[in-house]
Design a protein around this ligand. Structure first.
Ligand SMILES: [Zn+2]
Ligand SMILES: [Zn+2]
Length: 494
């Protein structure tokens, strides 16, 4: 008999960690970080200690304390913390719905031989985060053996195993959209859905007792909304016994569409005489496309950050539908770093290069590169993305009167942490960018759309997750559908 246990995403937005057990197989659906739980204890300068491995995360209830942790969490961390390790993995696979932190980041902590399944786009986004992040907890595709010793190259004795030699690839497997994966007798069908980052999947899990559908995070109002509608149709055909459904916006009715964003931002930019500054999540490719279209229509260029340039490069050749890096309406912002030499032409190239990480260097000579000086000279030629953590770049950019700031962010809980808004507002006031424009479309379906989705799929059971208001599902489900509000760590037999 199949059973489901929810270790995260329960009464909170994100942190999904769902365990399915059936036919002696044990499969995770998402293994993400809970921003709410993490934010209760940790902040930018108050972080878990690397030397404790999983201990700090278990202590603060960020990772589930399982009875068979020795067969699940990574052995290097467990043995360094004097915890029991098993010879074999106690779990069969992890399926990731998408690359947002609240669904995927804690795969860092699991044994490297446990297969991880995700879409090609999710794989590329995770690779881009792994390369560009400075956090020590991003072993998504490449497992870096930690706390290990190795013989010295020269002379006697041992030294720490670090660098290339410590790296081992994880068993990361790409699922085709519309494809099926068999784990024992359980077939898992992956279907693309639309969300605020590309590559998102919903799943239909064919268990011994019938199908269970899992929404992941989804919306209907993006450019790729048709994908979500197809997921709903396919899930309905499977006549599922249960639906695990996200409910981020269960008590909200209205949704701006991605097209609305394009139209509204377009108007603001048309009226802007100088520099247009925008802030949207760096991985949200549909939002990037919206601003790219605004840039084309206003004969400007959309300036992306180095991190975004790297992501766009990783997404080339995938179906993410990202704007190409060498497009006439795209520019790559080489921000000043370290010694700030990129604007000082009398320094030799190799010295300038030292301001940048390896992965950034390839963009230094890109035909579409721009620096703060290019933008200062021709501010009305550009729309630049400056996020809250890059606000100090405004000192280099010196936006003149007649510039604008458009805030176009998704729910902070579902994305990267935000700094306090009052501090942001101080920056914007200082540079005459206040009041700013707030133009945003959510990455999630509204309450009425979720109601339709449940009516169309018509499952016997609904498990509301990824929501602070699971009880509201009771008011929207059709008669004959039972809502089960999951409790954390409790096993539900289906
Ligand atoms: Zn989420
Ligand atoms: Zn998400």
């Amino acid at each position: 008999m199949p059973s489901l246990t929810f270790y995260g995403g329960v009464g909170e937005i994100g942190g999904n960690k769902i365990l399915l057990e059936d036919e002696r197989k044990r499969i995770w659906f998402d293994f993400g970080m809970s921003f709410a739980q993490s934010g209760r204890y940790f902040a930018e300068f108050l972080q878990p200690k690397k030397y404790n491995g999983v201990l700090d995360f278990l202590e603060m209830d960020l990772l589930p304390g399982l009875s068979d942790m020795g067969g699940f969490y990574r052995e290097d961390y467990l043995s360094h913390a004097a915890m029991e390790t098993w010879d074999k993995a106690a779990y069969d696979a992890v399926f990731l719905s998408h690359a947002h932190a609240d669904h995927s980041f804690y795969i860092h902590f699991i044994r490297r031989e446990i297969p991880i399944y995700a879409s090609e786009v999710t794989r590329q986004i995770l690779a881009a985060i792994e390369t560009t992040s400075t956090s020590g907890f991003t072993d998504f595709l490449t497992f870096k053996e930690t706390f290990k010793l190795t013989s010295k190259k020269r002379g006697e004795g041992q030294t720490r195993l670090i660098g290339e030699k410590a790296k081992v690839p994880r068993d990361f497997r790409v699922i085709e959209e519309g494809g099926k994966v068999l784990i024992g007798d359980i077939a898992i069908e992956a279907l693309a859905v639309n969300h605020s980052l590309p590559g998102a999947l919903g799943f239909i899990i064919h268990t011994s007792r019938g199908a269970i559908a899992y929404s992941g995070d989804l919306r209907f109002h993006g450019y790729g909304g048709g994908l979500t509608r197809r997921f709903v149709e396919r899930a309905a055909e499977a006549e599922p016994i249960a639906l695990i459904c996200e409910g981020t916006r269960i008590n909200e009715t209205e949704s701006l569409t991605e097209q609305d964003i394009q139209d509204r931002a377009g108007k603001v930019v048309q009226q802007t005489k100088n520099l247009a500054i925008v802030n949207y999540p760096w991985k949200d490719i549909e939002r990037m496309r919206s601003f790219y279209e605004v840039a084309r229509a206003s004969k400007r260029r959309l300036v992306v950050s180095l991190k975004q340039a790297h992501l766009l490069k990783m997404l080339e050749g995938t179906d993410a539908q990202a704007p190409p890096l060498d497009d006439d309406h795209i520019a790559i912002y080489i921000d000043r770093k370290n010694w700030g030499l990129v604007t000082k032409l009398d320094y030799p190239r190799n010295i300038i290069e030292q301001d940048y990480e390896n992965w950034e260097r390839e963009f230094l000579d890109h035909p579409n590169r721009v620096t703060c000086e290019d933008i200062r000279r021709h501010p009305s030629d550009f729309i630049i993305r400056i996020d809250f953590f890059a606000l100090a770049d405004l000192i280099d950019l010196r936006p003149a009167e007649g510039s604008c700031y458009i805030r176009s962010m998704t729910e902070p809980l579902d994305e990267e942490a935000e700094i306090e808004l009052w501090r942001v507002e101080n920056w914007l006031r200082h540079f005459g960018l206040y009041p700013y424009e707030q133009i945003h479309a959510s990455g999630h379906a509204s309450g009425s759309e979720i109601k339709r989705l449940i009516e169309d799929i018509d499952p016997k059971l609904v498990f509301p997750i990824h929501t602070e208001h699971p009880e509201q599902f009771q008011e929207i489900v059709p008669r004959g559908t039972k809502v089960v509000i999951p409790e954390r760590g409790r096993e539900y037999r289906i």
